[in-house]
Design a protein around this ligand. Structure first.
Ligand SMILES: Nc1ncnc2c1ncn2[C@@H]1O[C@H](COP(=O)(O)OP(=O)(O)O)[C@@H](O)[C@H]1O
Ligand SMILES: [Mg+2]
Length: 288
């Protein structure tokens, strides 16, 4: 598969996997059209993370297929999936607690361009130009994500929420065509979680990418996603646009278990779904 540009189409067809005796994913199918934001919701243990793992190649499905722009990915290792534009949310900056935000983001650019150490050290003209381009790209994301005042902070000093913003900024630098996010708001304060809706919208716009988002914050998913997929015990029980899924009784019971207060906040009228009021739910729903 050549590295095409623009958002990718993801097709998941009847995938399933059993760990030991546990049927983690029974049978799951959904499509993320190019440029869509697809939200995966469902109770704890319903198979959301395992589904993402089968898309990213971390787990090999025992049945079914995963396609990117129609091409079967069965033979693609996780790193090969990255090379065709599939990016899973980075949690990398916590691996470098001593580095500043700027340095962590520069490192992401280094990995992408695989700039050789020697020419950079020798300061050959093209290497200087490449270095300058990297800095411009990093400065742009620092500006776009409001990270200016944290530029020289070590990532270890950041709040979990701000660190997650740095993770998201590093995603932009990776230029994804398909972005897989597993619970980006897990473990962060509600005030910071609310800031994620505009942030993810901006990522979607700036990166021009398809997004599959696993998230326990149901109002966030309804506010953000063009398609919502509801999972229950390893199966899809409802899927469609938010307004359709919100009215589907099968979906209700499935995610009531996950997040009843969140559901209440999302409201049948959708009044609370834009992330404005009535969002005091998440602290109580938080899980690791
Ligand atoms: N590596 C594993 N070994 C055994 N069971 C697993 C493994 N990974 C997940 N499971 C089980 O598969 C089911 C689905 O898990 P998961 O995909 O993590 O659900 P979710 O992300 O929706 O909470 C759960 O019952 C979980 O305990
Ligand atoms: Mg999970």
């Amino acid at each position: 598969m050549s590295a095409a540009a623009g958002p990718a189409q993801l097709t998941v067809e009847n995938v399933g996997v059993t760990f030991g005796g546990v049927r983690a994913v029974e049978e799951v199918s959904f499509t993320a059209e190019p440029g869509a934001i697809v939200g995966l919701i469902g109770a704890n243990g319903s198979g959301k993370t395992t589904t993402l793992d089968m898309v990213s190649g971390l787990v090999t499905p025992q049945r079914g297929t995963v396609r990117l722009d129609g091409a079967d990915l069965a033979e693609y290792l996780p790193e090969e999936r990255q090379r065709v534009g599939m990016v899973r949310s980075f949690q990398d900056c916590r691996l470098y607690p001593e580095l500043s935000v700027f340095d962590v983001l520069m490192l992401c650019e280094d990995v992408k361009h695989e700039v050789a150490v020697v020419p950079t050290t020798l300061q050959l003209p093209w290497a200087r130009r490449a270095e300058k381009r990297k800095q411009v790209a990093v400065d742009q994301v620092i500006g776009a994500f409001g990270l200016e005042r944290f530029r020289h902070h070590r990532t270890a000093e950041l709040s979990t929420g701000t660190r997650r913003v740095v993770d998201l900024a590093s995603i932009i630098l990776a230029e994804p065509r398909l972005l897989l996010l597993d619970e980006p708001t897990a473990g962060i304060a509600q005030r910071e979680a609310e800031a994620f809706i505009p942030l993810l919208r901006r990522i979607h716009e700036v990166a021009d990418t398809t997004i599959v988002l696993v998230e326990h914050d149901v109002p966030l998913v309804f506010a953000l996603c063009s398609t919502v997929v509801v999972m229950e015990r390893g199966r899809v029980v409802a899927a469609g646009p938010p307004e359709v899924v919100r009215a589907d009784p099968k979906a209700l019971t499935a995610y009531l278990g996950a997040s009843d207060e969140a559901l209440y906040a999302s409201g049948p009228s959708g009044a609370g779904s834009a992330g404005g009021s009535g969002n005091e739910h998440s602290e109580s729903n938080e899980r690791g």
